[in-house]
Ligand binder design. Structure first.
Ligand code: G3I
Length: 454
């Protein structure tokens, strides 16, 4: 199934910011643009969503008991990555023994708060469990594919995009693949991982994710570009490229950043900024952040930005104070710059669901009735809820219409047909009401329902 363009109509409505370089001084023009829009949202997630994008953060499971942390994260962000809890060492600590409790804690927090999930990450040379670090050759290849399949299958229906393969290219001028035990299983390991992920979760966008790929003229950027170009030409299932975007004074935001994003997008993939952090402080840091947002806004297929943590003190490099909130949870100048820049984008026209009202599935012959009700709506997606009456042992199908995609479900045992358009739901102990999120791609029609008893 092709799900690449589901968000494109909405994204095309974005004003493409004309940028010659991304790191430019904040000018009066910026302020005028901001005031000139009809909507100046007050949080990062709301502003991005009103304009068809997302703004996310990485969540560390160990901090979910910190109310300042969860308050900020819940208020500001609408896409969540698990900072470490869905990685290989976390999910398969012993071979073929999978543990999802830490990942689920973050996934459940995200979904119950109406947020989407980026999956990070299925195949990576780093943070491998010890048993995998010791493996080589065909047994490692099989173990890697098994890992991809099992983890992507487990989270099927909950993940907007997976970082299928992470950091597979070498730094420096070689343009070569990074040497690793995975690379030594054969050069086709990356495409094998993508194919396994597509089979396991046909509805998730599948991304290649890396760092030091921001500057268009760098050899590593060019090498990743050639791989994506090759994958697209041969039909390898890749939907998106993630740019980690870890910046500091030695590796500043490049002035050609929008060129990089645009050139990758022109290959027919979405691009996403996946782990943004910028070391520094004050107006210099703020301007670099603003430039990154502006670069994403200037590319229609740049679907969202994720910062790698909430407060500076939560960062993997806390001493560089690289995030949008300080250690006391207060907004920094960088936050104000990001929000102001997000608010310069053209809001989507107000939209309401169209299409026919769904008639509840008729009980005749089926033995049960499924009734749809609307949930929350955002610029790019909406929630729906189904209540079943007449039987506690029901099988409900929910059919969405292209370009819609169902990207999350709750309170239901869900499986999908091969097209990915038809979700079959069965009770999973959560009662007779279940819900889901549909990424609408401009089609606000309600899904069609059927209900029968098992
Ligand atoms: O939880 C243990 C703790 O029990 C133990 O006492 C302590 C001692 O070292 O380690 C703790 O685990 C650390 C873990 O973060 C949780 O804090 C690991 O040592 C540490 O290596 C791990 O670092 C993570 C790093 O990936 C590992 O590669 C960072 O949190 C995480 O932010 C970082 O994220 C990566 C992305 O996945 C990929 N791109 C780069 C990015 C930054 O390095």
């Amino acid at each position: 199934m092709n799900q690449q363009n589901s968000g494109a109509p909405a994204r095309r409505r974005w004003r493409a910011a004309a940028v010659a370089g991304v790191v430019v001084a904040m000018t009066a023009t910026t302020a005028v643009l901001w005031q000139g829009t009809s909507s100046a949202a007050s949080t990062l997630g709301a502003s991005a969503a009103e304009r068809g994008r997302y703004f996310g953060t990485a969540i560390a499971g160990g901090r979910l008991n910190d109310s300042q942390y969860t308050t900020i994260a819940n208020r500001e962000f609408n896409m969540i990555s698990a900072e470490n809890e869905m990685k290989l060492d976390a999910t398969e600590p012993n071979q073929n023994q999978f543990t999802f409790s830490a990942g689920d804690r973050i996934a459940n927090w995200a979904i119950s708060n109406g947020k989407r999930l980026r999956g990070h990450t299925l195949a990576w040379h780093s943070q491998q469990p010890a048993w995998m670090q010791r493996m080589e050759g065909s047994s490692l290849r099989q173990a890697m594919l098994n890992h991809v399949t099992r983890v992507a299958t487990y989270y099927r229906g909950k993940i907007y995009a997976w970082d299928v393969v992470n950091e597979a290219f070498a730094d420096g001028s070689s343009g070569a693949r990074r040497d690793s035990n995975l690379q030594r299983t054969g050069n086709d390991w990356i495409e094998a991982a993508f194919r396994a992920a597509r089979t396991a979760d046909p509805n998730a966008k599948l991304c290649y994710n890396d760092y030091n790929t921001d500057n268009w003229s760098h050899a590593k950027t060019q090498a990743v570009y050639r791989m994506v170009q090759d994958f697209k030409s041969r039909g390898v299932p890749i939907d998106c490229v993630g740019f980690q975007a870890h910046f500091n004074s030695g590796n500043p935001v490049p002035s050609n950043y929008h060129t990089t994003l645009q050139n990758f997008a022109a290959l027919g993939v979405d691009v996403q900024i996946t782990e943004l952090d910028i070391e520094g402080s004050g107006s210099s840091q703020a301007e670099q952040y603003r430039g990154v947002v502006q670069a994403c806004q200037s590319v229609a297929r740049c679907t969202g930005i994720t910062v790698w943590g909430v407060r500076d003190s939560d960062s993997w490099r806390a001493s560089g104070t690289p995030l949008l909130f300080n250690g006391n949870g207060q907004k920094k100048a960088a936050y104000d710059a990001v929000l102001a820049q997000l608010n310069t984008g053209q809001p989507l026209p107000s939209q309401s669901p169209g299409g026919p009202s769904p008639s509840p599935s008729t009980p005749s012959g089926g033995g049960c009735t499924a009734t749809y009700s609307e949930g929350q709506k955002w610029g790019d997606r909406f929630n729906g809820q189904v209540t079943v009456t007449g039987s506690a042992d029901w099988i409900v199908t929910v059919t969405v219409s292209a370009p819609q995609r169902m990207i999350a479900t709750w309170n239901v045992g869900a499986s999908w047909d091969s097209s990915g358009n038809v979700m079959t739901g069965r009770p999973n102990g959560g009662g007779n009401t279940f819900g889901f999120t549909i990424q609408h791609g401009g089609n606000w029609a309600w899904p069609a329902l059927t209900c029968r008893t098992a």
